[in-house]
Every structure is written in structure tokens, then in C-alpha cells.
Write a protein that binds this ligand. Sequence first.
Ligand code: PA5
Length: 462
Amino acid sequence: MIKLNYQNADKSIIGEENGLDIDAEFSNYKEQIANIIGDLNKRKDKPGQWLQWMNLGYSEETLWYVKEYASMVEGRFENILVLGIGGSALGGMAVTEALLKPYWNYLSDEQRNGLPRLFFLDNIDPDTITGLLSFLDLKKTLVNVITKSGSTAETMSQFMIVKNILEQELGADYRYNVVATTDKKTGILRQIAEQEGYKTFVVPDDVGGRFSVFSAVGLLPFALVGLDVDEIVNGIKDMDLALKNTDIRENIAAQNALIHYLMDTKKGKNLSVMMPYSSKLKYVSDWYVQLWAESLGKNKDKNGNDVHIGPTPIKALGATDQHSQIQLYNEGPNDKVINFIRVGEFDNNLEIPPIFEYTGIGYLGGKTVNQLLNAEADATRVVLADYQRPNVTITLDRVDGYNVAQLLYMLEIQTAIAGELYNVDAFNQPGVEQAKNYTYALMGRKGYEESAQVLKEKMAVS
Ligand code: PA5
């Protein structure tokens, strides 16, 4: 199981002013945390609670359909192209970057064991879309369009462009190159999929985008590129079991949620840095940024009071960002909690040759890059503690499906618990919806005429 070390958030290490008395706080919050965990597990099956993501590890049916479809299309496509944005893309990107061989799309067919290349289009930059489509042979590409609402302008505009080209090239058969992941009944993509005869997968009810990585939103692309989805599901299930423990001393998600919450509310540290020391985990930080920001950044609490709260997440990568951000974290404002992710074993043990012994870099020779990376992680967290900067370390034995699934699921539960501590609805995103509505209005969508008028006036003023 993955582990959490929080000693560098304790006052015994980083001093009274910046550190917490963690043992005492665990006792103070024992009952509240137990109630939160118990309550989440009770509410998770009830409709309208947006907690169905807690059941995704147990959805045998989805797993079966995903695997069946992946084996049906095996060998038919050279590329998978995922169209989606936000929660419909970030989880897929985080997990595939972690689990596929590095530089996957540059490898030969043989090196990829005949499995397809994988591309995500998660933005609407005209140059990158044009660039991708200029070399991607869409006839040999399976397009997985993912949108829960079925109407997100970014995703649907990408899809309209891709569909047009596909149809020109393949005629009516183009539909065999499309698989849509969307709501089971509602939304424009559902309507189109039925009309055009696409294969579809479902984003289940009560699963928000940023909590959807272990639904077909993620599992389908994972299976299509040959990842072991059973291993991933086992990781979720084992972590779910561990996090059902209502005792905060045994529950790492509750521990990290409470530490972040108290650091923010008691010590004024409302920035949360996610810094894996593994390039393969780079996009876990992007995914975490969305999860933490959209879930906890709210203007009202659950009682309707104006609160305008939420810790700000920041992404970083070790060791790279030691040469970019760490100066600020050590010596700048003491307003952050840094989450390190440390990996025990890497797939490769890369030795540094014992050359240049006669120079100042001779000490590196004969060591491994693995040792160097983890030495840098350890040195950085100790230096931060020396500067009295709170930091916690999450340790993964290795970057595999089992551990990465545990990590993501643990961070989801941590977010849900933090939402309860802040007393906000962690599962809505009214701030995002409003910008979506304004975009629809600006682009002339029917039904948004009134917003368009208001917008025009506002834009003229600014
Ligand atoms: O987490 C969320 O709910 C959002 O980030 C959505 O995933 C994002 O806005 C995309 O929405 P949709 O899946 O409806 O296209």
C-alpha cells in the first residue's frame, strides 16, 4: 500500500509557529473524521450525492464491456485519439503517462507490441489541432470522444472537425472509427451517437468529471492501449477498503485532508504543491490541481454563507522544479504545504559510469540516477523542514497500475474529506459552468440570447 509520512508538518520538526501538534489534532478531530468517513460511505449509494465514484472500483459490468470492446478492436487501429477536456481528459493523461512506456508514441510497432499510439486533444488551439491532424491518419484512428454533458464547446468543436474529415475519408463507415463516452440518456453527444450509430460507453450518474477517471472515461483508453485494467481496479478496491477505516490514525486520506485543512485555517498556508519525483507521475499533478481547485474553491459553504475559500493547488516536478520553484518555497512566503511523491523502485536501474574521476563530479560515478533522484527528494524535504516549511511525503513502492490507482483514489477521498471539513460542496463547479454559459452566448448558441446581450454590454465597459 502507498504510505504517507507527515512528520515534517509537525511542530516538533518545523516549530510551533508553522507546525501542527499532529498527535493532538488527530485526537481532537477523531470523532469528526470518523463521522465524515462513515457518512460518505453511507451516502455513496444514494442518488444525487455525487458519490458514485466511490463505487467505480466495483463496477464489474463496466470492466467487462471495456475489456470486451478493447479486444474486439485490437489490431484494427494504429492510433487512439481522445477528445475531451478537464475531468474528461486529465485522469486519462495522468494514468497513461504513468503506465505506458516513456515516449510511447515514438516507439516502433514492435516496441509497442502492436498496440496503438495514444493522443489526447484537450485544448482548442487551432495550431495544435491542425498540426495533429496534418500527420494523423484518421482512417487508422479510433476516436474516443468523451464528454459527460455532451455539449462542452471545446470537445464538441474538435469532434465536429474530426467527424467531418473521417466521413469524407470513410463515408458512412466512419462511425466504426468513433466511440463516444457520455451520459447514458441525456446530452447532445448521446443524441448524435444514437442517430449516427456509434458505439457508446457511459459516464455514470452522480460521477463528476474530475472524479471520473475510473469509469469508462479512463478505463476505456487504458484498455485500448493495453494497460492492465484489472490491476488498476485491484488498486482502487484495496485502497477503498483501507480508507473505509474510520480511525484517522489508520486512514492516510483523512490524515492528509486534515493536515491541509488545519494548515490553511490555523496557519494561513493555503497553497498546496504537488511534486512527484518521477517524470511518469508528472500529469498526476495536473489532475490533482483540477481535483483540489474545482472541488474546494467555493464562494458559499453548505449553509449558504459567503466563505470564498479554497486552497490553491500548484503543480511541480522533482527534480526539475528544484531549479525553478524551490527557492521560493524555501525562502519566500511560508504559505504552502508541499506534497512530495517518492517512488521506491523504478523500472530501470540506471548507473552513472565511473568516469571523470579526476574532477569534482567523480563522486557521481558508480552511483545510479535512481539514487540521485531520491537523494534530491530527501534533501529537498529536509531543507524545507529546516526552513520550517510544512511538507508531507507520499511513497509508492513503484509506478505500476496497482499503486497509481491507489494514489489517485486516495487523493479523491482526501478531497471529499477536505470538502466536508471546509463544509463546502466538493462536487459542484458553478464557477466553471458560468464561463461555459458565457461562451455559448458569445458563440451564438440558441437559448443564450439574453446572456449574450448582458455580455456585450459588459465587454463594452471593460
Ligand atoms: O470536473 C468537471 O466536472 C469538469 O472539469 C468537466 O470534466 C469539464 O468541464 C468537461 O465537461 P464534460 O465532460 O461535460 O465535457
